[in-house]
Design a protein around this ligand. Structure first.
Ligand SMILES: NC(=O)C1=CN([C@@H]2O[C@H](COP(=O)(O)OP(=O)(O)OC[C@H]3O[C@@H](n4cnc5c(N)ncnc54)[C@H](OP(=O)(O)O)[C@@H]3O)[C@@H](O)[C@H]2O)C=CC1
Ligand SMILES: C[C@H]1O[C@H](OP(=O)(O)OP(=O)(O)OC[C@H]2O[C@@H](n3cnc4c(=O)[nH]c(N)nc43)[C@H](O)[C@@H]2O)[C@@H](O)[C@@H](O)C1=O
Length: 317
């Protein structure tokens, strides 16, 4: 078990999922750490393919692993692609955690999600509330897969002494997000929908659900900074929530996005769409005791996310 602070400088660091929103933010953040960054494209190594993962790890033997790769999506993606979400995310967790152990990785960070907590657990959500009640049905397959990953990291620490840690991020947004109209999370979905409505001069825009659920939103570059901080300063079996400690109703959030995008029209609520869990505010006291807190405000983060979206949509296809 490495001592703390854990030194990243000069180490081979593998970011699994390096092209994704979190993975690409980790790559940006690690640039100033003096690491030997290791990545591999999905077409070369499908992390659901155990033999390919084992062979690659035996060859590359990364010293540090950020396991950000996963099948990820918003509430409708989770609720419709249920088999894909449970299979892919269990397979990725099992293959990479086992391969990291077999190849002697010094440290690994597993990425859970705030949706692993029970639907009606007391808020703000404490790390020790995991498995204390029924999950939110719309993302239960994904949550079960994430809980399995968390329990694997814990078990490998217990049996083999692996320094594998797990973090529980809240809802994330920022550059590199998934803007698919049906499969995305709420932040990317509303940025795109309000932008398109502004450009088209639409008089009204649809927001899903009742607008009453509350969500917490963390800008992805803050998330990456928190992950690097925890990789250096934390070692233990307990989960660590990563969030801002503040939440907002979806209706209020939609008004903030409309303001940032410059959409001046009305919006209506499509209650045929699922609300999901009523609230998901994380208790971030453990994270603060470990010396980190978020610095990017929701308005500033949304401005940067919108700029990145516009740059992406205006770039040649
Ligand atoms: N976004 C959010 O709000 C939250 C995310 N998280 C967690 O953070 C992590 C990153 O999420 P995020 O960046 O948003 O997701 P993205 O979908 O943006 O990125 C996921 C990455 O995983 C890769 N990937 C998926 N399946 C495979 C596979 N079979 N083999 C190899 N690579 C694969 C994708 O590769 P490719 O691009 O080539 O398809 C992609 O680069 C995940 O573990 C997620 O559960 C937790 C809480 C909230
Ligand atoms: C990070 C977390 O993300 C997922 O959980 P979620 O937070 O419920 O996901 P979401 O961002 O898709 O929705 C948040 C809220 O927003 C409302 N909402 C309004 N309008 C749109 C809309 O246009 N799209 C979407 N997706 N939601 C909308 C929507 O009705 C809901 O009330 C988990 O599956 C899981 O992946 C997970 O861990």
């Amino acid at each position: 078990m490495a001592s703390l602070p854990f030194e990243l400088k000069g180490k081979s660091v593998y970011v699994a999922g390096h092209r994704g929103m979190v993975g690409s933010a980790l790559v940006r953040r690690l640039e100033r750490e003096g690491v030997k960054l290791v990545t591999v494209d999905r077409r070369e190594v499908d992390l659901c393919n155990q033999a390919a993962v084992f062979d690659w790890f035996a060859k590359m033997r990364p010293q540090v692993v950020f396991l950000a790769a996963a099948k990820v999506g918003g509430i409708v993606a989770n609720n419709t692609l249920r088999a894909e979400f449970i299979y892919d995310n269990i397979a990725i967790a099992a293959n990479v955690i086992q391969a990291a152990h077999r190849s002697g990785a010094e440290k690994l960070m597993f990425f859970g999600s705030s949706c692993i907590y029970p639907k009606l657990a007391p808020q703000p959500l404490r790390e020790d509330s995991v498995l204390t009640g029924p999950l939110e049905p719309t993302n239960e397959p994904y949550a079960i897969a994430k809980i399995a990953g968390v329990k694997m990291a814990e078990a490998y620490r217990s049996q083999y002494g692996c320094d594998f840690i797990s973090v529980m991020p809240t809802n994330l947004y920022g550059p590199g997000d998934n803007y698919h109209p049906e499969l995305s999370h709420v932040v990317a979905a509303l940025i795109r929908r309000f932008h398109e409505a502004k450009v088209a001069g639409a008089e009204s825009v649809v927001v899903w659900g009742t607008g009453t659920p509350r969500r917490e939103f963390l800008y992805v570059d803050d998330m990456a900074d928190a992950c690097v901080h925890l990789m250096k300063t934390y070692s233990g079996a307990e989960l660590v929530n990563i969030g801002t400690g503040e939440d907002i109703t979806i209706a209020e959030f939609a008004r903030v996005v409309a303001e940032v995008v410059g959409y001046r029209g009305a919006f209506s609520f499509d209650t045929s769409r699922p609300d999901g869990t009523p609230r998901k505010l994380l208790d971030v006291s453990r994270l603060e005791r470990l010396g980190w807190r978020a610095t990017t405000s929701l308005e500033e983060g949304l401005k940067r996310a919108y700029e990145a979206y516009q740059a992406g949509t205006l770039a040649p296809a």
